[in-house]
Design a protein around this ligand. Sequence first.
Ligand SMILES: [Zn+2]
Ligand SMILES: [Zn+2]
Length: 227
Amino acid sequence: MEKFCPRCGKTVEKVHGPKNVCADCYRTTEDFVEIPEEIEFIQCPVCGNYRIENVWKDFEGDQKLVYDVLKQFEKEEVEMAVSFKKRRNKYIVEVMMEVQDAGDTIRQVKNTELVPKEKQCKKCSRYQGGYFEAILQLRGKISEDMFGELMEKAGRMTSKDRSDFVSNVEEIHGGYDVYVSSLKMLRSILEDLNEEFDVDENWSRELVGRKDGEEIYRTVVSARIID
Ligand SMILES: [Zn+2]
Ligand SMILES: [Zn+2]
């Protein structure tokens, strides 16, 4: 049965969408997916990680980033594909959309720009702010060379995960005070130490404050190398 489009008056076989219009009118007047012309997202200027709906994601490449940013607009009934180019730190994106309606495939193309807003992620701001969670007080027979080796190993761990790092070292008479960002880092250094020496460890915890109603402790380990 022939129908006609109430919008353009064309005679058509099928009409689409809530307004029962022809495929062309449907494509040009309905947003298959509501995508703003500009989409802002938070990105860390140091490591490139980005935040989508309050979750920080590791930067694994431009394609994954574009996909992640657009994912929040996705609709189940709309098939989406994207192509993009990067202009400085912005992404110029073309979104191809497809819906199945009344046995037809109708396509729509939209352009949008993904614009990063710089904000340092927690890991990076901690890193740069000299954050620490534990102190390792290294005492006893440890030479400068041995200590250097130990710190090198620690550095390799940081390159794997930026949340594990040595934020400060103080050389004091009879040893070193090593400020570390995480208990994981602390344990790893102690493990390296125990592999080579007999170590007398003494663990303690001190209350350093409160945050959001929770008590915050700092771990202090005194590690004495016995000869
Ligand atoms: Zn029409
Ligand atoms: Zn970062």
